[in-house]
Design a binder for this molecule. Structure first.
Ligand SMILES: Nc1ncnc2c1ncn2[C@@H]1O[C@H](COP(=O)(O)O)[C@@H](OP(=O)(O)O)[C@H]1O
Ligand SMILES: [Mg+2]
Ligand SMILES: [Mg+2]
Ligand SMILES: [Mg+2]
Length: 361
């Protein structure tokens, strides 16, 4: 008896790549003209800019335009509450609408002013799905690493697709990431300052069981370079990555873990899921994230990057080795932290975590 054909998600992958490229264009426009006044602070003290909102609206617009006949469910980070409440919020909403329309007319061959302010607010709010373990759900972080975006460092537009709770498509747009392998922190900082020029801006894309790929963010179609991780066991040669912000991940704890493993190189500190892309292409062998114990992770911070790492041959789990369960709604509950690495290094890492006595804060 012939076995049932396995499901593929090629069309959704193509649509996700187009949506991420379009939203990345908007982010690049805003980064060139970013002013402090166009930034609000959410109750959790994280900044959100007109680019976060604009990118969310554009991804929702692009996906629905390309797949008009499919039901649309999206779990996304932002909502329009702050844009409806105050005069300042309404002013931002007008700017976001103008920016979305400008980007659509410049990049997507549509007429100017094609979307009203209400349309844009509704597109932002179309990201209010609760997700779950049944059916299809897009998962979007319109700008991951907003602090990196504001600080002209790394950030990423991150879009994934869940099918029955498993990630089946993952795309990362990284406008400030060098296309060449990262040598050191100075090099990556220099790239960020040269966004939009040759050699800067990477898109990572993966489909379940079909591999992970990288290529220039500018351009069309699927990125062409397949990523396949090597498996070094020489810990004196490996490097680890972690958040730029020590508030997001305990740098003292990760230093202790690295020492336990025999890692001698200093860490590469980058904002956003650009770290997952960088891991998948071999810029470093380990990505560690150990937030404060009161912090609760959200799925959009990891969905796209997790598939890219796995499809490149890497491993990812929580600190106990349990797989990340993205099918439980908007939150991602897990044990202590998230670790991802090349396979042999990953095994040693889990063992080292068991052996260290001090736990993160
Ligand atoms: N106190 C905290 N601890 C851990 N993570 C935090 C945090 N405050 C915010 N974050 C999350 O960390 C993400 C950035 O991760 P990184 O440190 O790898 O750049 C943020 O994504 P956004 O920038 O999308 O809000 C946010 O979701
Ligand atoms: Mg945020
Ligand atoms: Mg995020
Ligand atoms: Mg974000």
């Amino acid at each position: 008896m012939a076995s049932a054909p396995s499901i593929t998600y090629g069309h959704q992958l193509d649509c996700a790549i187009n949506a991420v490229r379009l939203a990345s264009k908007l982010c690049q426009r805003v980064q060139l003209m970013l002013k402090a006044s166009e930034k609000t602070d959410k109750s959790d003290d994280s900044p959100v800019t007109i680019a976060d909102y604009g990118a969310q609206a554009l991804v929702a617009w692009s996906l629905q335009k390309e797949m008009p006949n499919l039901p649309f469910s999206m779990v996304a980070e932002e909502d329009s509450d702050d844009l409806r409440k105050s005069e300042e919020g309404k002013g931002l909403a007008a700017k976001i609408t103008a920016l979305v329309n400008e980007t659509i007319s410049a990049e997507a061959n549509a007429g100017p002013n094609s979307l009203s302010q209400d349309d844009v607010l509704a597109l932002i709010d179309s990201g209010n799905s609760q997700g779950g373990s049944e059916g299809f759900h897009w998962v979007l972080d319109p700008i991951d690493g907003t602090r990196g975006f504001v600080g002209m460092r790394q950030y990423a537009v991150c879009l994934g697709l869940l099918h029955h709770g498993k990630v089946v498509v993952g795309v990362l747009g990284c406008p400030n990431l060098p296309q060449k392998r990262i040598e050191d922190a100075d090099g990556v900082a220099e790239s960020a300052s040269k966004a939009g020029t040759d050699g800067v801006g990477v898109i990572f894309a993966a489909e379940r069981n079909q591999g992970a790929f990288a290529g220039p963010l500018s351009g069309n179609g699927r990125p062409g370079e397949q990523l396949q991780l090597g498996d070094s066991q020489d810990f004196s040669q490996v490097r680890f990555m972690e958040s730029y912000e020590s508030k997001h991940s305990d740098h003292d704890f990760t230093a202790m873990l690295a020492a336990k493993l025999g890692v001698t190189q200093s860490p590469l500190r980058l904002d956003s899921q650009a770290k997952y892309g960088a891991l998948a292409r071999g810029d470093a062998a380990i990505n560690l994230r150990f937030p404060h114990k009161s912090y609760r992770e959200k799925i959009w911070d990891h969905v796209a990057g997790a598939l890219i790492v796995e499809e490149a041959g890497g491993k990812i789990s929580d600190a106990s080795g349990a797989p990340l369960d993205f099918g439980k709604g908007r939150w991602l509950d897990l044990d202590r932290g998230i670790v991802s690495a090349t396979p042999t290094v990953y095994k040693a890492l889990l063992q080292a975590i068991k052996e260290v006595e001090v736990q993160p804060r």
